[in-house]
Design a protein around this ligand. Structure first.
Ligand code: ADP
Ligand code: MN
Ligand code: MN
Ligand code: MN
Length: 427
């Protein structure tokens, strides 16, 4: 009988990884064109290799946390991605030490390594996080744990709280200035966030066969049944998590492409719209992480006869909602249609200065061509749709259908106010 133990598996496995060339390795992280079948990874060849043991995690989630509050600070990184890290706080330090909602006043300014997020040089890497909205944390329920949306600033020891100016990716700062100027008009926004679910391979939309394409669009929009609705668990878990967190979520629906869904945030007042949309996106990506599904906010994730993903932005002011508001809406249409305005808005309506939207705003698939501004009543082929009821009642709101799914809600809501409302506020 041999007493030689087999070599531990790990030591041999770690030594050499064939094909460990970073330029090739990144391949599976991209969303590949559906037509290219070479180099397509199989789900079992990309992480995760195991399903996390959530039943075991649930045991740890039951542990008594003493007086600790876990505050998850969330911010936008250098490439429009959301990031977060956790800070331990103590109930005894809160303005209400025993119970009640944690408020902004309870949350200290914090910092992170901006050189790891493309937001600062390594030699001067500190970026400050300033809390701007607080939500109960659906991922750490039961206590006083919170999600804390932050915007980002340069440090400046000579300024109050050590806060310097906003960093370039802090688009909330400018949006807040605009919203302040138009505050008297009480702007409401309702944002319809569309997104696509993908298998871990980043190549296969949920509901797509491994090779080729599913039956064409038609049955999937608001569809039910195993052959039509793909990833409902993600959409549903997200919806309930948003409600728990106090996000103003107004509904969800399955969309036109398989594995495509939408949630609506609103109506929200002013800057709160961007805050709630960003936190709803954060919650979505966290929920999908748990289900081991990938979220795509790409405006046209699959080329061809498949709907793109948008972020229709519904807008009204107090005047538009009041009797006779239709005239104010038509005035806003004139302003959106003024020379140069289409180009200006398109630049703002995705994260790539308009080039992502050129793939989506083709004039087909319920979109208007990217080149010209148009509006119409109940017309989903226009840049802006005025709902039938708004025309009938001569007041209400309008829907800007141009913003892409990956848009920055602070830039979009700010831009719409700048064009449609600010000219009156300044006078
Ligand atoms: P669609 O018919 O285009 O699919 P949805 O029902 O998906 O529209 O989304 C409409 C959004 O507009 C919702 O978030 C809703 O809360 C919001 N909304 C409703 N009324 C107003 C209003 N007066 N101003 C701004 N947003 C509004
Ligand atoms: Mn909708
Ligand atoms: Mn939609
Ligand atoms: Mn819509």
């Amino acid at each position: 009988m041999s007493h030689i133990a087999p070599a531990p598996r790990l030591s041999t496995a770690i030594k050499k990884r064939p094909g460990n060339d970073p330029s090739q390795n990144s391949g599976y992280m991209r969303l590949l064109g559906r037509s290219s079948t070479s180099n397509v990874p199989k789900n079992e060849d990309v992480p995760p290799y195991q399903t996390p043991n959530y039943a075991l995690l649930a045991e740890f989630m039951k542990l008594d946390m003493r007086d600790v509050i876990q505050a998850e600070y969330v911010w936008v990184g250098g490439n429009n991605e959301l990031r977060s890290k956790t800070k331990t706080l103590h109930s005894s330090d809160m303005s209400d030490p025993r119970s009640g909602q944690i408020t902004l006043a309870d949350l200290p300014i914090w910092n992170y390594d901006g050189s790891s997020t493309d937001q600062a040089p390594g030699s001067d890497s500190e970026v400050l996080l300033k809390p701007c909205a607080v939500f109960p944390d659906p991922f750490r329920p039961g206590g006083r744990n919170v999600l804390v949306l932050c915007d980002c600033y340069l440090p400046d020891p000579n300024k109050p709280n050590g806060l310097g100016g906003p960093i370039p990716t802090n688009t909330r700062f400018k949006c807040a200035e605009i919203m302040d100027k138009v505050a008297a008009t009480e702007p409401w926004f309702g944002i319809e966030q569309e997104y696509n679910l993908f298998e871990p391979d980043g190549y296969t939309p949920l509901g797509f066969p491994k090779v080729g394409f599913p039956p064409g669009q038609g049955p999937y929009y608001c569809g039910i049944g195993a052959e039509n609705a793909f990833g409902r668990c993600v959409a549903e878990a997200h919806y309930r998590s948003c409600v728990y967190a106090g996000i103003t979520i107004s509904g969800i629906n399955a969309e036109v492409m398989p594995g495509q869904w939408e949630f609506q945030v609103g109506p929200c007042l002013g800057i709160e719209s961007g805050d709630h949309v960003l936190m709803a996106r954060y919650i979505l990506v966290r929920v999908a992480e748990q289900f081991q599904v990938r979220i795509s906010f790409d405006p046209k994730p699959i080329e061809g006869d498949w709907n793109g993903a948008g972020c229709h932005t519904n807008v009204s002011t107090k005047e538009m909602r009041a009797p006779g508001g239709y005239d104010i809406i038509l005035k806003a249409m004139d302003r959106l249609g003024a020379p140069g305005k289409q180009e200006e808005h398109i630049k703002t309506y995705d994260i790539s200065g308009g080039s992502d939207n050129t793939r989506r705003l083709t004039g087909a698939h319920e979109t208007a061509p990217i080149t010209t501004f148009s509006y119409g009543v109940a017309n989903r082929g226009c840049s802006v749709r005025i709902p039938r009821m708004t025309e009938k009642e001569k007041c209400g709101y309008f829907e800007d259908r141009r913003p892409a799914s990956n848009m920055d809600p602070y830039r979009v809501t700010g831009k719409i106010m700048e064009t449609c409302v600010l000219p009156d506020a300044v006078n």
